[in-house]
Design a protein around this ligand. Structure first.
Ligand code: NAD
Ligand code: ZN
Ligand code: ZN
Length: 390
């Protein structure tokens, strides 16, 4: 089959590889009908995620048709149409039973690697390094999905692939980022990053009752999408001081909740960007937490800082004094996608949200290497790329 493989920093190649096979009794094989490139894939592309190996198949947002089921699979059959969640989760361990699927204790065969770096391991993830299991990803014609009865959600009616694909990751991610702020009516939420995750965090904050949502970015067409498609107010961080502007917009108090939907590769027009780039290049820190620092400083006393943005290791100059002295709550996590798929599918079906508004590029799997660059460099007004394997 054809698959998009990682070969190193900024080196993706579409290659012929072996078809996946059923390995465990609960596995299914999915023929991918639509897949996408995630902002998290850009961290692989930039070479910021350790334990990638040449030839690894990437991709963790995918859906398709079940073409084979293991002998223990009961809920799905060949021919079913499914969306798979990016966390691989057993459904039966301590964490899965509490709905914390991205912390599954049974799905990362390389947990020892993650334990060395993070103390404990989260779940395995498709196409996202050996540290997170070394699973082949879904930017491919076929993919093996472990725990077929637990993760994949069956799509019963004729609703289009484009409307449901993002249940695999970014729609639940934006939603969980907003949900964990415990938004009350009248609240103001600020969201750093108007990429796919930021846009869904903004839309979700409104769905959950926020009165005002303020999107922050520097890319004009993404800020425009935030204003036009989600009714957010926006700030261009290259034009004004974000901290001052937020203070002014909120009567001096600061937003009630702040969401960092940027993560480890954040950018800044100021001096701290040079500082973080140098430290990151020398491996003295593994991420540039510029948006995170700003989100902490901006948040009103007693508010929530929610961090869906991905970080890999260690970062510098986190304003701990600001967090501690002002009673802030930090919430974070790889998304517990399985918890949100059914309720968000219902919201898509009843018209509360149509997630396909973010798609700007419809390409084929062969275009994946170029599409990574277009998405990373924000060329051609790119917000989200979807790829058809054939
Ligand atoms: P993206 O790269 O398209 O979007 C990031 C946006 O942040 C860009 O538009 C960029 O211009 C903007 N930005 C950069 N520096 C900024 C700053 N200082 N202030 C404000 N905006 C800034 O990526 P995406 O797909 O939207 O993903 C965003 C983050 O969410 C990534 O870190 C990704 O890894 C993470 N993510 C996490 C999960 C999870 O489960 N927690 C799931 C999916 C994605
Ligand atoms: Zn992702
Ligand atoms: Zn589990």
């Amino acid at each position: 089959m054809k698959a998009n493989c990682w070969y190193g920093k900024e080196d993706m190649r579409v290659e012929q590889v072996n078809d996946p096979k059923i390995i465990n009794r609960g596995d299914i094989i999915v023929r991918v009908t639509l897949t996408a490139i995630c902002g998290s894939d850009l961290h692989l592309y930039g070479g910021f995620v350790p334990t990638m190996q040449k030839g690894d198949i990437v991709g963790h947002e995918f859906m398709g048709e079940v073409v084979e089921v293991g002998p223990d699979v009961k809920k799905l059959k060949v021919g079913d149409r499914v969306v798979a969640p990016f966390p691989i989760s057993c459904g039966a361990c301590f964490f899965c039973e509490q709905g914390m699927f991205s912390l599954c204790e049974n799905s990362n065969p390389n947990a020892w690697m993650a334990e060395q770096m993070w103390g404990h391991s989260p779940c395995g993830i498709f196409g996202y390094s050996h540290l997170l299991g070394g699973f082949a990803g879904g930017q491919a014609e076929y993919v093996r999905v472990p725990f077929g009865d637990v993760g994949p959600i069956k799509i019963e009616n004729g609703i289009s692939d484009e409307k449901v694909l993002f249940l695999s990751d970014i729609l639940p991610t934006g939603y969980m980022a907003a949900e964990q702020c415990n938004i009350k009516p009248g609240d103001t939420v600020a969201v750093w990053g108007c990429g796919p995750v930021g846009l869904f965090a903004i839309a979700s904050a409104f769905l959950l009752g926020a009165e005002r949502v303020i999107g922050i970015d520097r890319v004009p067409y993404r800020l425009r999408m935030a204003r036009e498609n989600t009714k957010a107010e926006t700030i261009n961080y290259e034009e004004v001081s974000v901290l001052e502007t937020l203070r002014e917009m909120t009567g001096g108090r600061g937003p009630d909740h702040c969401i960092d939907a940027v993560g480890m590769e954040s950018h800044s027009p100021g001096l701290q960007y040079a500082y973080d780039r140098v430290k990151q290049a020398l491996m003295l820190e593994t991420g540039r937490p510029i948006a995170l620092r700003e989100a902490i400083m901006a948040c009103r006393n007693g508010g929530t800082v929610s961090v869906p943005g991905v970080f890999g290791g260690f970062v510098d100059k986190i304003p701990m004094g600001s967090l501690m002295n002002r009673s802030l709550t930090v919430k974070t996590g790889q998304t517990h996608v399985q918890r949100y798929m059914r309720p968000l599918l219902d919201r898509i079906q009843n018209g509360d949200i149509d997630p396909s508004f973010i798609i700007t590029h419809r390409l084929t799997l062969d275009d994946a290497p170029d599409a990574f660059r277009t998405f990373r460099d924000k060329q051609d007004e790119c917000v989200k790329v979807v790829l058809r394997p054939s």
